[in-house]
Design a protein around this ligand. Structure first.
Ligand code: SAM
Length: 302
């Protein structure tokens, strides 16, 4: 009896394997056999660096390896070399690959001190200059905006504090197409809304099933765009630039080049926010370090 029961369970298990996703199981097992050699690592890290400025070091080699194996699983390709051949020939496949290796962690009102400095120091200073020049448009760029929480936070805050006749426009850019689509959609699941003050939630979002949707009038102030920070954006005369928690993935050379491009895209007497764990210390840049009561940031004076 015992033997036949065991036999029955073995048969049952085998039939389940066949009926439910044995393919993907085999693929998972197969991935263990995929070779990611030192030479592959060098080839991929050079390609990623050249195209995006993102610097994979040997400490995060395993992250790259697991993301590559995920891509093999998705595309059905059998070797790392075959995948390399595809992404170096097909631009869209390469964009998808870059998307898969970026870290898109973000949240609304991330590092509140920056938004306090924006409200109490930067905006009053920018408006002083605008008044002198008669220009009423405040131009902002959220570079490396991920899924949109950063530009929406800026938009909500400026909608609260900018007095008429001043207006604002925000460009929000990233190399992750998936993230940009989330931003454009403007829907955030309940868990992602953490950190949005209640009065903002009531005023700027609609409650929908499973989450919240940002109002169209806020959405219309933000232009989401694909842009790789390795290139010039073509933007000019910006009053405020946020590029937080992006440069951390670059090495010194690509970081300096990106920072100098930001400088060129900004108006005189404009302000530059980077992540609170990032710094331009020791870098060859014309930005001035600025310490406010709320947070530290950078200024282009001339
Ligand atoms: C950790 S998120 C930061 C999001 C937001 N700025 C914040 O601080 O919450 C970093 C973002 O930078 C983007 N990124 C990385 N390299 C980039 C590049 N070369 N050009 C444009 N965006 C890049 C990633 O796709 C990712 O969405």
């Amino acid at each position: 009896m015992k033997v036949s029961l065991t036999f029955f369970f073995i048969l049952y298990f085998l039939s389940k394997l066949q009926l439910t996703g044995s393919d993907s199981l085999l693929k998972v097992i197969g991935m263990a056999d995929v070779v990611f050699s030192d030479a592959d690592f060098e080839r991929f890290r050079n390609l990623i660096y050249k195209e995006s400025g993102i610097n994979f070091t040997s400490t995060n080699r395993s992250i790259l390896e697991s993301r590559l194996k995920e891509q093999l699983r998705e595309t059905g390709l059998a070797t790392i070399q075959a995948y390399y051949d595809v992404i170096t020939k097909d631009k869209e496949a390469f964009k998808k690959f870059l998307d898969s290796i970026t870290t898109n962690l973000t949240r609304f009102f991330r590092n509140q001190a920056h938004f306090d400095a924006l409200e109490h120091y930067v905006i009053p200073e920018v408006l002083k200059n605008k008044k002198a020049s008669g220009n009423t448009l405040v131009k902002i760029w959220s570079a490396g905006c991920s899924t949109g929480e950063e530009p929406y936070t800026i938009a909500m805050l400026l909608s609260e504090i900018l007095p008429p006749p001043y207006k604002y426009e925000i460009t929000a850019s990233d190399i992750s197409l998936k993230s940009l689509m989330v931003g454009k959609e403007g829907f955030y699941a309940d868990a992602r809304i953490v950190g949005v003050p209640d009065n903002y939630l009531k005023k700027y979002f609609d409650k929908v099933e499973g989450g919240y949707k940002i109002h169209d009038d806020i959405k219309s102030r933000i232009k989401f765009d694909y842009h790789n920070l390795q290139n010039d954006s073509g933007l000019r005369g910006l009053d405020i630039v946020f590029c937080r928690n992006v440069l951390i993935y670059f090495d010194d050379v690509s970081m300096t080049a990106a920072v100098n491009r930001f400088y060129d895209s900004m108006a005189s007497k404009s302000y530059f926010f980077i992540g609170h764990s990032e710094s331009l210390f020791g870098m060859d840049t014309k930005f001035e370090f600025l310490k406010t009561q709320w947070a530290t940031l950078y200024r282009k004076y001339i």
